[in-house]
Design a protein. Structure first.
Length: 275
């Protein structure tokens, strides 16, 4: 977020690792965890929605085809925006608060919940849903590629429940799915972050998505749309590897316990195997 929104004329960070070092040096290790309350509150519900909607949509579509995997994932991504957008707004505002300060001189928000309450009091529902359209544009195709890639990877690697290497294969498949999903819509994420950060400090720069795209490109060129990509991909692999592997292993365990038919077993991949 900091790399995505920093002022190009007076940049604070030269890149991912310089940003990492600077935050620890200037704000202590706790600076790396600013805004953590928002994801902790929202990610449980987001993952429940995503995997639940994807599985039910895939069953409703009938056939397990690559297109249906993409459509089911896209539906899941679109619906979870309801939670994702306010969550990321609070996370962004908290992460930008006190940039470069070891001890905050001015603290606008006590925590993520306080952040959302204050934004609501000042701007109403429109305020806490700032960036909703850009979030929707990012998440819908992104989750389509997310589930499609996972399905293709697990089929290609032959992930079978009895395979002794099934866990590493699932971790690798999940990690690659996360990377592909972020690469597919990353420029939109930059715009979303800029829109959600807009107004911090009382200065509003952008009137909307197209205005943000135009001004960002005019001032910084096409490279602006790759800002922060390295740190995003470094995060994406382990996070999504753990997410997909955990969900898949849990469902495999539940299937073996309850002897559920494969078509009723849940929202992950539907292969002609015990998985």
């Amino acid at each position: 977020v900091r790399l995505q929104v920093q002022n190009v004329e007076k940049p604070l960070y030269r890149g991912t690792f310089h940003c990492f070092q600077s935050i620890i040096k200037q704000e202590s290790a706790f600076g790396l965890y600013k805004g953590i309350g928002s994801p902790m509150m929202g990610l449980t519900f987001i993952n429940a929605l995503v995997f639940g909607v994807q599985g039910n949509t895939l069953r409703a579509l009938g056939k397990d085809t690559p297109l249906n995997q993409f459509l089911a994932g896209s539906a899941a991504g679109a619906i979870q925006c309801i939670i994702c957008c306010p969550m990321e707004l609070a996370k962004t505002r908290m992460q930008l608060q006190g940039t470069g300060e070891y001890k905050l001189k001015t603290k606008n928000y006590k925590n993520s919940l306080d952040c959302l309450v204050k934004i609501y009091q000042k701007e109403g529902l429109r305020g806490i849903n700032r960036g909703m359209v850009s979030t929707f544009i990012r998440e819908t195709p992104s989750f389509g590629f997310y589930f499609l890639t996972y399905d293709c990877m697990t089929r290609y690697l032959g992930c079978e429940a009895e395979d002794s290497y099934v866990i590493p294969k699932l971790l690798f498949s999940g990690g690659m799915s996360g990377i592909v999903s972020w690469l597919s819509t990353y420029p939109v994420d930059v715009i979303k972050s800029r829109l959600q950060a807009d107004g911090v400090g009382g200065v509003t720069q952008y009137s909307g998505i197209l205005d943000c795209v135009r001004k960002s490109y005019h001032e910084e060129g096409w490279r602006v749309f790759t800002r922060g990509l390295t740190s995003t991909l470094l995060r994406a692999f382990p996070v999504n590897a753990a997410t997909f592997a955990t969900v898949t292993v849990f469902l495999m365990y539940m299937r073996s316990e309850d002897n559920l038919p494969e078509c009723e077993a849940g929202p992950v991949i539907h292969q002609p195997s015990s998985l």
